[in-house]
Design a protein around this ligand. Sequence first.
Ligand code: ADP
Ligand code: ZN
Length: 293
Amino acid sequence: MKKIAAIEAGGTKFICGIGNENGEILDKTSIPTKTPEETMKMVIDYFKDKEFEAMGIGCFGPIDPVKGSESYGYITKTPKPHWSDYDIVGELKKHFDVPMEFDTDVNSAALGESLWGAGQGLSSVVYITVGTGIGAGAVINGKMLQGLTHPEMGHIFVKRDKNDPYTGKCPFHKDCLEGLAAGPAIEERWGDKAYNLEERNEVWEMEAYYLSQALVNYILILSPQKIIMGGGVMKQSHLFPLIRKMVRETLNGYVHKKEILEDIDNYIVYPGLKENAGLMGSVALGRLALENR
Ligand code: ADP
Ligand code: ZN
């Protein structure tokens, strides 16, 4: 069984681990995201004595995941201090001479879920994370979605709730989906930590209103066979029935498939890989690197 090095590079921590081709995690560790110099030194130290034949890097964005592009392998214009224009793949290549695949954390999570998680056996799935930010990735016909660059489905525009005066928190667009519905937006709008707002129905009705619109757009544009929703905010599991109901109401029978009309509880779901969805996604990327070798 071939071993794979996996990195889930996040804005607060880098989860690094060793997995295998079957998607089993053999070892893992968590490294805080400080400056690239500090964090990458710890990442390289972790992997340097380990055996592996490929590496997968699922990374917070924006990044350039398009092979052949000038800035391939870079974290590009991130608002995250110190990490803008950082050649993360280039740095790893200096230390590890193995095939690598690099994509967004959410594209790779979609790939991992389609291989080993809630999307097992399906060729088209969308993965959305609702946490500090909102990001969504997709595997369509077995391949992660890429084009000019990677999709930015967390920054789409949604109709405002008429009872929502909040201006929005996205530094680029103010009231895009992320600006209205990521964890920090919920907390600023309602003035409390998201987990303290559990009992307040109006909070989650509004949240579900925004997220369900995003899902409807994903369904209409990408036609996924399943939508997987992870991230800290989705730990509020009562959001799921609200979102499913609103998605059905908004589509209004137009997408005439039993997955939506009769079995939506199995169509919009929590990650099958639970808390490991991110790291397993990177293992899946490493597996792809072996295949593409
Ligand atoms: P990240 O996006 O940084 O990888 P998370 O997915 O854990 O991390 O998202 C963190 C955000 O999720 C926090 O800003 C907080 O608003 C929200 N969050 C975390 N836990 C909960 C919870 N139990 N209920 C609701 N919101 C939560
Ligand atoms: Zn935005």
